[in-house]
Design a protein around this ligand. Structure first.
Ligand code: ARG
Length: 471
């Protein structure tokens, strides 16, 4: 069969042009959504009396057969067919004869492709919420197992104040929680039906867009036909959300990489999640977090790529927009890979409580607390800060830590010191002194875990409900 649009042409398409303009090599990924959309469209055509019932039945039957052939791997995706839409339509006509040509009544590939993308991304967003929820579950599991594990907290990558390891992990639970909220919010802008917009202006057939929307479970239809076929904002939004998720994963990756170095030894990733060196027998490399960190770049690239495609693009459809797909598929694949590995990697990670403790015992991360001690005795905090700065300098010059100083030594710096200071300086005291909402005190972190779990229970319900809605 020649091209579905071949009537106006007197010459065969140049072979290189055919290859250059085809999208079938990647948009075959949309086969299921394309058929889903066509089934709803043809049902609507029947409902509105645009096609007779027997044609509708034949077309539906044929579409189901094409779907089965694709699932069986019996369908050939040919560059000559250009894209998934014409590939399916041609297969349908081959299957049921010329009546298959009635499917495209009142429709254009422009509203068709947009519909496919909406259907596709709607499912993916629910899957990503689910994957993020699994990662949160893994992080919370480690947090609960480490509710009394103390490590130095850092600012400027310099030891700052001791914190609970659980508190550190819960920071990521919050970050991924915001990512979940963003994806959930984006759902309502993906959950919109473009079909019925035709090529750009609507259609001369008396179609019922709301009926089609209902068939496909879309919450609403696009208001404006030009906007419907021109809009790729929902993909940009997905890529932006994916970029932020990758940002968060890359920050966690960086910490895992640092923490598993010999210099830190705070955690040990399970052997199953590491790889070795072909020359250095001693090596165990954190390849997974490294690759996640590295792959963040391509996700940002896909976002900037699509924004640039859309910038200054006139309404309505332009072939440029075919460039929306590869970056989106690549982002989906990249994010799936990262999230699928991350949850079990966190779950199986060994936490070196002893090493963390040793680090806390050999630093000055309790210095703020003696400054606070002096301030609570009435010394203005600014002066207390100065006094403790000098005390720390004395320790460094004498190779000591604060807890190694005698009371006489402390008193050289301020007469306000008494022997309760030794209790104040204990890492547990330092941590539990930060007993404010959102702080690192054990009771606060335990409460934060409880609150997070309540929100996560809601996320599970959302996933179950929307997995059903977006099918
Ligand atoms: N393969 C095209 C794309 O991905 C489908 C829409 C084609 N529409 C057109 N008028 N050429 O954007």
């Amino acid at each position: 069969m020649s091209k579905l649009w071949g009537g106006r042409f007197t010459k065969k398409t140049d072979q290189l042009v055919e290859e250059y303009t085809a999208s079938i090599t990647f948009d075959k990924e949309l086969a299921e959504e394309d058929i889903q959309g066509s089934l709803a469209h043809v049902t609507m055509l029947g409902q509105c009396g645009i096609l007779p019932a027997e044609d509708v039945e034949q077309i539906k039957d044929g579409l189901l057969k094409v779907r089965q052939r694709i699932l069986n791997g019996e369908h050939e995706f040919l560059v000559a067919d250009e894209d998934i839409h014409m590939s399916v339509e041609k297969a349908l006509i081959e299957e049921i004869g010329p009546v298959g040509g009635k499917l495209h009544t009142g429709r254009s590939r422009n509203d068709q492709v947009a519909t496919d993308m909406h259907l596709y991304l709607r499912k993916r967003v629910v899957e990503f919420v689910d994957l993020l929820h699994k990662l949160q579950t893994a992080l919370i599991g480690q947090a609960k197992a480490n509710l009394d594990t103390i490590l130095p907290g850092y600012t400027h990558l310099q030891r700052a104040q001791p914190i609970l390891f659980a508190h550190h992990l819960m920071a990521y639970v919050s970050m991924f929680g915001r990512d979940i909220e963003r994806l959930q919010d984006s759902y309502k802008r993906i959950d919109m039906l473009p079909l019925g917009a035709g090529a750009l202006a609507g259609t001369t057939f008396a179609i019922d867009r709301l009926f089609t929307a209902k068939q496909l479970n879309f919450g609403r239809v696009y208001e404006n036909s030009l906007d419907a076929v021109s809009d790729r904002d929902f993909i940009v939004e997905f890529l932006a959300n994916a970029s932020l998720i990758m940002t968060h994963l890359s920050r966690l990756s960086e910490e895992l990489i640092l923490w598993s170095s010999t210099e830190f030894q705070f955690v040990e990733l399970d052997d199953a999640f590491c790889t070795g060196s072909s020359i250095m027998p001693q090596k165990k490399n954190p390849d997974v977090p490294e690759l996640v960190r590295g792959k963040t770049g391509r996700v940002y690239g896909n976002l900037i790529g699509l924004l640039t495609v859309l910038k200054s693009l006139p309404l309505a459809y332009n072939k440029d927009m075919q460039e929306d797909k590869e970056g989106m598929f690549d982002t989906v694949k990249t994010l799936q890979g990262a999230l699928q590995l991350y949850a079990p990697m966190i779950e199986t990670m060994k936490v070196r409580t002893d090493k963390m403790r040793k680090a806390v015992d050999q630093d000055f991360s309790n210095a703020t607390d003696i400054a606070d001690f002096l301030a609570s005795k009435g010394l203005p905090f600014r002066q207390a800060h100065e006094v403790i700065g000098k005390t720390v300098l004395y320790c460094i010059q004498n190779n000591k830590f604060l807890l190694n100083l005698t009371l006489d030594e402390f008193k050289q710096f301020s007469t306000l010191f008494d022997d309760t200071i030794y209790q104040v300086l204990q890492p547990e005291s330092v941590v539990n002194a930060r007993n404010v909402y959102g702080g690192t005190a054990t009771v606060q972190v335990a409460a934060a875990i409880e609150r997070a779990e309540a929100v996560m229970a809601g996320t599970s319900e959302w996933v179950a409900e929307y997995a059903e809605k977006s099918r």
